[in-house]
Design a protein around this ligand. Structure first.
Ligand SMILES: [Zn+2]
Length: 484
């Protein structure tokens, strides 16, 4: 059989649909776990179909097929019974039965998922263990266990979240509106507000011997940079120290001569705001390598009914962090004893030459994977890992089938991975959208001077709650519905 795709294919239209797919989140497998270069589902579905139906000679028939392929490729038709069933019928008619499809380099699973949707018998092969786990969760488990998988992942996902919250919530204290520190318009309105995250700056000491002030390294000072909401951190010097206040819409007026674009560091060259001297890039790197750098919590982002609001970090915020730091020591030792390994990854970071621009953080003395997290992030992540392991033990103790328990716990583990992507010291505060840009917003691990520490219980983007919600209400619902 000469396949349709060998003669023709609506490349332009399917490319356009594939491009749009990048913005789709709800139910899309890209939200299940990160995978590099995951193929668009639209292109995978359309090409699989066009490869499995015969070429046609008749122009009218050809045009009809082309239009059908375009409709089939659309995300909104992913679960359209009428369209998918017609595609399946065409494929069976052309091949005598449902064909076997092998993807020998299956990666993120788009092609096998679409072949499965089109009714084929699918085989997916990968040698990367991360991809294998993603493939199992994308293809195998939803087909094998169906709707009961959705219910159990939801139940145990909530269990993990609640167990972790019980243990960690005091380390992310909520705000009981202290009006002087907050936006003026919020005054007199009692509201409990959960922190979304904490904005930190890495620091180095000024190298001018007569100054020695702490230099907070900040690429820029914006907090919100939207058309109708412009808020920034404004540094000022007091008593030989750099301090900050918040200026802009809803706060103190932003002085006309203050340019939030210009931070204290550019291309690793730092400026001291106290004495005006500069520290060259070589020295900055050396200070980091020698362990002479530090970190300073600058501001807190809060979720209010009116959207994100900001305030300068207080001693109370720093105390909560210090408490987490203390508790981490105890927890880490306990888990090390139980697991026989350090729960904070101690494997060395890959030393890719800096010129590749992929991973450069090792130049700044971050030598192990665990160095990419601050203490409270480490505490949160090892606690999540512990709760996921406990969930599995509990499932088995309650008599759940071992294979099914393994399936359920796999999604819980993928969710922790997704939190890791947002819960590290390489995440930026995305000022135009006021949310965290996770570390994989670029396919690299570049140094970030001023990072945001996410509150994993905030319910916002990147939090465990949000990720779980995506899983059981959207992705798993979708994946268990493709094969009616
Ligand atoms: Zn100085």
């Amino acid at each position: 059989m000469r396949a349709f795709i060998e003669e023709s294919f609506p490349i332009k239209e399917v490319s356009e649909i594939s491009r749009k797919e990048k913005n789709i989140r709800h139910g899309h497998i890209s939200t299940l776990h990160i995978w590099w270069a995951r193929r668009p589902l639209a292109a995978s579905r359309a090409t699989s179909y066009a490869a499995l139906i015969p070429a046609v000679g008749d122009v009218e028939e050809w045009e009809k097929r082309k239009q059908f392929i375009i409709e089939l490729a659309k995300w909104e038709n992913s679960l359209n019974k009428h369209i998918i069933e017609k595609a399946r019928k065409d494929i069976v008619e052309a091949n005598g039965k449902a064909p076997k499809v092998l993807d020998a380099f299956a990666g993120g699973g788009s092609i096998p998922l679409e072949a499965l949707r089109l009714g084929c018998e699918v085989f997916a092969v990968e040698y990367n263990p991360v991809a294998v786990l993603i493939l199992k969760c994308t293809l195998e488990y939803p087909q094998k266990f169906g709707k009961k998988l959705v219910d159990e992942v939801k139940k145990w996902g909530e269990w993990v979240l609640e167990e972790a919250r019980k243990e960690l919530k005091d380390f992310y204290p909520e705000d009981e509106l202290e009006s002087n520190a907050l936006s003026l318009e919020m005054e007199n309105k009692k509201e409990k507000m959960a922190p979304v995250g904490y904005i930190w700056a890495r620091t180095i000491p000024c190298q001018n011997p007569s100054c020695n002030a702490e230099i907070p390294l900040m690429r820029q000072f914006w907090l919100a940079k939207k058309d109708k909401k412009k808020i920034a951190l404004m540094p000022f010097v007091e008593g030989g120290e750099v301090k900050f206040k918040i200026v802009g819409d809803g706060y103190e007026e932003m002085p006309a001569n203050f340019n939030p674009e210009k931070g204290t560091v550019a291309r690793a060259v730092a400026n001291c705001l106290v004495c005006g001297s500069t520290v060259d890039d070589k020295t900055v790197r050396k200070l980091f390598q020698q362990g002479k750098s530090g970190q300073r919590m600058i501001a807190v982002v809060l979720n209010s009914k009116k959207g994100k609001i900001y305030r300068i970090a207080t001693q109370k915020d720093i105390d909560a962090y210090r408490k987490a730091e203390e508790y981490l020591k105890e927890k880490r030792a306990k888990l090390m004893e139980e697991w026989g390994i350090d729960p904070v990854p101690d494997e060395p970071l890959v030393r890719v030459p800096v010129s590749f621009g992929v991973i450069n953080v090792w130049v700044y003395g971050m030598n192990k994977w665990g160095d990419l997290f601050n203490s409270r992030q480490k505490l949160a992540l090892i606690t999540f890992a512990e709760k996921v392991r406990n969930a599995y033990s509990k499932m088995i103790a309650e008599g759940m089938d071992e294979e099914f328990a393994k399936a359920v716990v796999s999604y819980l583990a993928l969710a922790v991975d997704m939190v890791v992507a947002s819960c590290n010291t390489l995440g930026r505060w995305e000022t135009t959208r006021e949310l965290i840009a996770d570390v994989f917003s670029r396919q690299a691990l570049p140094m970030i001077w001023d990072f945001v520490e996410l509150n994993p219980f905030s319910g916002g983007s990147g939090s465990l709650e949000r990720i779980h919600d995506y899983y059981y209400t959207k992705i798993l619902e979708h994946l268990t519905s493709i094969n009616p």
